[in-house]
Design a protein around this ligand. Sequence first.
Ligand SMILES: [Zn+2]
Length: 173
Amino acid sequence: MTARIPKFPGTELGSKEFYEGKVTQVRSRPDAQYDFSAGEAISRFLEELQKGKLIARTCTGCARILFPPRMFCEECYRPTDEWRYIRDTGTIETYSISYIDQDAKRITEPILVGVVSLDGASPKMGMMHYFREMTKDEIRIGLRVKAVWKPPEERKGSVLDIRYFRPLKEGEA
Ligand SMILES: [Zn+2]
């Protein structure tokens, strides 16, 4: 209330009304301020992205190379063993042709997104990302791709330090 407005419009509610079930919907705008730790493995993963590198963790128990890296192997129930750089080339594992953008707005030119399994990591180990320099008619599961990185000064330690994955060119390793 203010000096000029002694009472706001609407119905005043107290705990009594809540307990009596008279309130079925509440709208609020929380001012949540928080911070969180990415953890040891993902912190290193993000730092390496900023350097233009992809890093994984090895597990000698199951002989897998885990990417994105994690400090604990969920198959062996033991800590993972070593850091290992992997390549920025890979294979499209699955994809979507999306006619809806990040804000759920309809678009006429689709965006191509999906999962790329990366070379040097164990099978099915990869990351979700954008695919460009290919059309919706050219994209397919099994297509070989390579990361297109942002220039070093624009990288922030984010998966978006990779702009997108493009088709691997003829003769490119
Ligand atoms: Zn393991």
